[in-house]
Design a protein around this ligand. Structure first.
Ligand code: 5GP
Length: 345
């Protein structure tokens, strides 16, 4: 784990609301309790502290989290803390993906939500600049806006338009996420197509649950997104198709195991992807919800699939190829990896 922690790393699949520190979540729950804005504090506490959640229990927790994070100041705080946590384990490039939310009660609009996230990024950068000694390489943060599978076509298009307007502020792409047993691919296709036409890269959560909609994976592959999240449950012919398409896969071990998308680490498709030199990147998904971090995910790869330190270094370095950010930033990251001491590679 020490090697994995020191290794410069790229994180491309992280949801801020799934990456909140437990201590912060409990603090926010207490604050809401004092204000009388949640009905049952003990119940909320129990949901926060539960371990080993099923996929559906995770989405129950997300609903609780979203009740707790309705204030702009909370959104800014959690974004800042999430970035600090990634920086502390030597993540040099972080793509956060978050779902813009509106809430009439708190005066939140999708736009003000994204602005609160961007304010969190700015605050984190200020703090990390002051602590330059601790974070030698610094951390570059970019944002993807997520479309939630509960949304309508119009809502999804609104998110894409917002992303386009916010491009100059570090928004670099679009993600499709949310409860995989909800919603229909055809609802989101117009928005995703529009994103592509406007030059915004797209990543899709794909193949998380068996046989929810067997055609969906097929349709997602036909869309040919720029990256795929998870891709755990595919049919034989779809694995073959994926292999030819070479769409980079975001691999999240702990998330896949905790939610039951994959039965055991021995059954994880990483083994096949890695063996066939398939483009992939190791990620955390929800470091708070699943009590993990990126260094631990690299350590899982090492111990479960017998990877050497050099193999881990190559995995981390190759991830720069799949980032959605601009070319000069890719070159900056390449230089960071090129500068790593030879005996450490
Ligand atoms: P947020 O977008 O609010 O920052 O992060 C939490 C949201 O990300 C969840 O409500 C859900 O829509 C999405 N999400 C987080 N983890 C997963 C996952 O493992 N699978 C899917 N499909 N969506 C997820």
């Amino acid at each position: 784990v020490r090697y994995c922690k020191r290794l410069p790393k790229i994180e491309l699949h992280a949801h801020p609301n799934g990456s909140i520190r437990d201590s912060t979540l409990l603090e926010l729950a207490q604050e809401h309790d004092q204000r009388g804005t949640i009905s049952s504090y003990p119940n909320v506490r129990e949901i926060i502290l539960k371990e080993d959640r099923s996929l559906q229990e995770c989405f129950k927790l997300f609903d609780v989290i979203h009740v707790l994070t309705t204030d702009h100041s909370f959104i800014t705080r959690i974004t800042k803390e999430v970035i600090e946590d990634f920086a502390a384990e030597n993540v040099v490039y972080l793509e956060l993906r978050t779902t813009p939310k509106s809430n009439v009660l708190t005066g939140m609009t999708k736009r003000s939500y994204v602005e609160a996230v961007l304010a969190g990024i700015t605050k984190a950068n200020l703090v990390l600049c002051e602590n330059h000694q601790l974070h030698a390489h610094g951390i570059q943060v970019r944002l993807l806006l997520s479309i939630d599978r509960r949304e309508t076509t119009d809502q999804a298009i609104e998110t894409v338009k917002l992303a386009l307007e916010m491009k100059s502020h570090g928004v670099v792409g679009i993600d499709l996420s949310g409860n995989p047993v909800t919603g229909n691919w055809k609802t989101f296709l117009p928005a995703l197509t529009y994103a592509r036409q406007c030059g915004l890269p797209v990543t899709l959560h794909c193949g998380e649950v068996p046989v929810h909609n067997p055609d969906e994976v097929e349709e997602m592959l036909a869309f040919h997104p720029d990256r795929l999240g998870h891709a755990c449950v595919l049919q034989e012919s779809q694995w073959e198709r994926l292999h030819n398409l070479r769409i980079p896969v975001e691999v999240c071990f702990t998330s896949n195991l905790r939610t039951g998308c994959v039965k055991s680490i021995c059954d994880h498709h990483f083994a096949w992807l890695y063996k066939t030199h398939y483009p992939l990147v190791i990620c955390t998904d929800d470091r708070g919800v699943f009590s993990t971090n990126l260094s631990s995910e690299y350590a899982i790869a090492a111990t479960s699939f017998d990877l050497s330190e050099h193999d881990l270094f190559e995995l981390a370095k190759n991830a720069t190829r799949f980032i959605f950010a601009e070319e000069p930033l890719k070159r900056h990251l390449d230089r960071i990896f090129a500068g790593v001491e030879p005996n450490y590679r």
